[in-house]
Design a protein around this ligand. Sequence first.
Ligand code: NAD
Ligand code: UD1
Length: 341
Amino acid sequence: MKIKKVLVTGGAGYIGSHTCVELLQEGYDVVCADNFVNSSPIAMDRVAQITGKTIPVHELDFCDYPAVKKFFTNETVDAVIHFAGHKAVGESVENPLKYYENNLLSLINLCKAMGKDIRKNLVFSSSATVYGFPDQLPIEEDSPVDSFNPYGRTKLFIEQILQDIWATDNAWNISILRYFNPVAAHPSGLIGEDPAGIPNNLMPYIAQVAIGRLERLRIFGADYDTPDGTGVRDFIHVVDLAKGHVAAMRKLETSPGLMVHNLGTGRGYSVLELVNTFAEVNNVQVPYEIVGRRPGDVAANYASTDKAKKELGWEAQCGIRQMVLDTWNWQSKNPNGYSFD
Ligand code: NAD
Ligand code: UD1
């Protein structure tokens, strides 16, 4: 079945906004629904500025089932890409119910409402966090899964829920995408990552140190069993990641059933390599200090990309230099993200 119209939940967020751009540029009709709990409607104006296309944006909380049901009575879409959810690991440890409620309920409400329709095409944002502490690298999709925090468990539970839904009703076509470490921004510098408060993740932290909003980066551990002792991650440019969603959507048109794919580059870089490349390529200072390990961190992880290449015909194109360049372009043009104060 040809997919023409796509609902992007959480479409105003970091990955959602970049995916809206790629979908529009590929000629899809796009509808966005978001409750803006962690995003700004300005992102959607910027999407329109980049693409020259304005899309309908609905303020909608996916935890509100009557509202979700009403939305689907008024809008007919061929597929849904579900980004809406909370994503901060530390906060999920402090407030697990917030995570279980929002992430699980929004998914359940969405699937219940979609289940009343014949177009049961869904792409879901999972995470490499479901691999826990990997026992082999690169990580393949059939590696054992585990999780050590409530955020990660919401991803694992949802993957299981989707397996169960599909097992009872093969009319569903479901793509589970396990992202590695999304970074960077659209090369226009108009959309990018705008974390609320102090960033938890490495790249936005580096960018905010470089712009002078934060004093120095703390590198969590330099005593790992890695080439320079700092953690190694598979950083993937958010535009490549967004294109991975378009590839997954195309695959859904062939009624593949339930699929699981890694979205990564297959190449790991250390924290120090990223910091040094950022400083060198952008000609900026990134002061840092080495501190103790962060609990729950793995030494190294990077994806096996073979399955996505073979089955989705997709592979990441951007290297680390492009990633740091585009991050700085976004950060320096928008020092306070989407807020102008
Ligand atoms: P984000 O916070 O920027 O985007 C999520 C969007 O969902 C936000 O716009 C938020 O307002 C919206 N939202 C949250 N709860 C909602 C609800 N109940 N109803 C409607 N809208 C709601 O996060 P992101 O980085 O774009 O991540 C998107 C998805 O990808 C999330 O599910 C996240 O867990 C997953 N993911 C992200 C990363 C990452 O590093 N960014 C890595 C792996 C997986
Ligand atoms: C983290 C989450 C993961 C989630 C992903 C995307 C944890 C344990 N894992 O992955 O579940 O899917 O974000 O949201 O939180 N680092 C520093 N200093 C910093 C920040 C990070 O040294 O200020 C290091 C970390 O120790 C790690 C690397 O940078 O080695 C990457 O960290 P981060 O960007 O937070 O991503 P992950 O931990 O890989």
